[in-house]
Design a protein around this ligand. Sequence first.
Ligand code: GRG
Length: 336
Amino acid sequence: MSSLADEVTTIAFESLAVDAHASFIVNASASEDTLEHAFTEHLRLSGIYWGVCALATMGNLRKTMDADKREEILSYVASCRCESGAYSGGAGHDGHVLYTLSAVQIYALFDAMDRIDRDSVVNYVKGLQLADGSFQGDEWGEVDTRFTYCALSTLRLLDRLHEVDVEAACAYINKCKNFDGGFGATPGGESHAGQVFTCVGALAIGNRLDYVDGDLLGWWLAERQVKVGGLNGRPEKLPDVCYSWWVLSALSILGKTHWIDRGALARFILRCQDETSGGISDRPDDEPDVYHTFFGIAGLSLMGHPAVVEPIDPVFALPNSVLKQLGIEPWSARKC
Ligand code: GRG
């Protein structure tokens, strides 16, 4: 198996604009008067997770976020806490398991897990599981394999996985498996790389990867790489930097990242960065945003890019060092 170092050029190694990306993320959180800020209010907690996790993965969270900024963020997260025990995406919005996971991830990244009322979060997540093992995202009832991942990941990070029926959750995911080895949002739903990450991640947490046909799914995932080196989310679609995470994390869990041309992917991600103002976009020459900046950096981390100093865990999407603080063994240690 060749390493990324054998596959990418020296130019690719040298050209990740770490400091510019860190400034881009910090400035994005400060610009409250933009239209983008208003449009993304309902998913602010996920935005904070992407930004903070990108900074942590690049190894400059402490340098860029002082104690005051840390407190400001943590008190914003606390303001998103709902009576149900859930967290909402933004203060005043409804609670949802998607943002409950983001909140727990932010607390973990800031080593502030002691600020979580674990019982109320656990009770909320437990209450979302349905008789067939699936999870709804909130009290309104939408079911999606994304929510299964969020539920299992949240509970595992809180060391309370045993509070739900993990076997039933994994059996439900198995029902969402398709003839091509991929997974959809619900049984019969089209395979999509984003859903594949959530299903493979959830099965890894539930210790039921035996439900995955590794070779068939590995092939489908490897087929996501297009001529320009980037990855798409399903056949015939355009490449997008975010799939560097959704596809590569799943390949990583399956031990098959060498099934794609990692050098070509690294170069595609690096072509999407704005080296002067910072930030990474979905495709070359588009406008950068925090979402693609995080998933680009996370993808480079999975490939061992030397400028991204913290290895990120493909199951929990948190730096290995954060998992170790929580007493969770990173996936890379489990597989080696
Ligand atoms: C902790 C990383 C992490 C995630 C939490 C919310 C979640 C769990 C996972 C989301 C997985 C998912 C479904 C990602 C896909 C996002 C995306 C780019 C959707 C767009 O899909 P299409 O099909 O776009 O509309 P394309 O790329 O095909 O044009």
